[in-house]
Ligand binder design. Structure first.
Ligand SMILES: C[C@]12O[C@H]1[C@H](O)c1c(cc(O)c3c1C(=O)c1cccc(O)c1-3)C2=O
Ligand SMILES: O=C(O)C[C@@H](O)C(=O)O
Length: 328
């Protein structure tokens, strides 16, 4: 599960203070973001060194967008909410020197389709499995962050013959303990995970957040990044743009609304036997050390100790180094 009591307690002090201080970066008015031309995925892909290209594939009833480049063993990268494949931009060039990198916009994300359903992580993992098969790969490494880590874990649990190695960055698959998250954490005892409640609501998020996602993006980064410059204005505009339509807001909430199905599916999974690397932030390290061994048989956990959550952007060098070691 993505955030447990231990994490909320440890989050309490730091982030509560930050939140109390109204730690919000200078948010560019949403309208200005909307006006700013965000480059196409094709242009963003070309801007990353290593020869990357934006591509689409029709699999499992949806059209998925992905960005691919590099040569060598195939590695799939799956980002989360409210981000896109662009979250991997700092690690893609390094991985491309020894791997065929496939950074996928999961169902509902960025340039991928936003259908009315199919957002349970088992089905979203089926999307990715069919994608890598269509690209000629029978066995791949998968790296997931945030919601993408839940899809990555589901891929390994449901397609054991297709996973070589699995890396989970700061988020574990949701489990029963998600139901215990307090809606009102005691002062200094927890972190307000308001987006888990907000994203459960039907309809309203799209009405409130469409065209205004930059405010959510800025709030999340203001309450995580130790240095707001780690994700500058341009990158925030890329994420806000990807989520600013009513359909994109709805699709993002669907990842959360599938939690009941995901929690039920987890109970049917045996332990993952592929080698698993957990890359935890300072706030999830204890949880990863305690919970990951109950989900997989061959586990190692490293701590990105300067990170709160967005490790691919908070500590890309550490992440690249640990992934290259693990995936060698
Ligand atoms: C699946 C997801 O709910 C998504 C969210 O992206 C998420 C997750 C974990 C966090 O720790 C976390 C966040 C998040 O937006 C966030 C902002 C500020 C601090 C912080 O710690 C977080 C998650 O696992
Ligand atoms: O006020 C707006 O900008 C649009 C709002 O009416 C909405 O439904 O998103």
């Amino acid at each position: 599960m993505s955030l447990d009591r231990r994490k909320m307690i440890s989050l309490g002090a730091g982030s509560a203070a930050l939140a109390m201080a109204g730690g919000v970066a200078t948010a560019e008015p949403a309208a200005a973001t909307a006006r700013r031309r965000v480059p196409s995925d094709a242009a963003l892909a070309r801007s990353i060194s290593g020869g990357f290209h934006s591509r689409y594939a029709h699999v499992n009833g949806v059209r998925l967008h992905y960005v691919t480049g590099g040569s060598g063993a195939p590695v799939v990268l799956l980002a989360g909410w409210p981000q896109t494949w662009w979250a991997w931009r700092h690690v893609m060039p390094e991985l491309a020197r020894s791997h065929r990198v496939i950074a996928v916009d999961i169902r509902g994300m960025g340039g991928s389709d936003k259908p009315q359903g199919g957002y349970d992580k088992k089905n979203m993992a089926r999307d990715v499995h069919e994608l890598v098969r269509s690209l000629g790969h029978s066995r791949v490494d998968v790296v997931g962050h945030d919601m993408g880590a839940m899809v990555a874990f589901s891929f390994a649990a449901n397609h054991p013959a297709a996973i070589r190695r699995l890396a989970l960055v700061d988020t574990l698959h949701v489990d029963e303990t998600q139901y215990d998250l307090p809606l009102l954490p005691r002062p200094g005892k927890g972190f307000n995970l308001w987006w888990w409640a907000f994203n459960q609501v039907q309809g309203l998020p799209a009405q409130l957040a469409a065209g205004r996602m930059r405010h959510i993006v800025d709030w999340l980064f203001a309450n995580s990044l130790p240095d707001q410059g780690l994700v500058p204005d341009f990158d925030r505009a890329v994420y806000a743009h990807a989520y600013d339509s009513p359909d994109a807001v709805r699709a993002g909430t669907a990842w959360y609304q599938a939690a009941h199905q995901d929690i039920a599916d987890l109970k049917t999974y045996g332990k993952v036997t592929a080698p698993v690397l957990g890359v935890a932030s300072q706030l999830t390290y204890d949880q990863f050390r305690q919970v990951l061994p109950t989900l997989a048989t061959d586990v190692r956990v490293v701590c990105a100790d300067k990170s709160i959550h967005y490790i691919p952007e908070e500590q890309p060098e550490l992440l690249s180094r640990e992934l290259l070691k693990f995936l060698a």
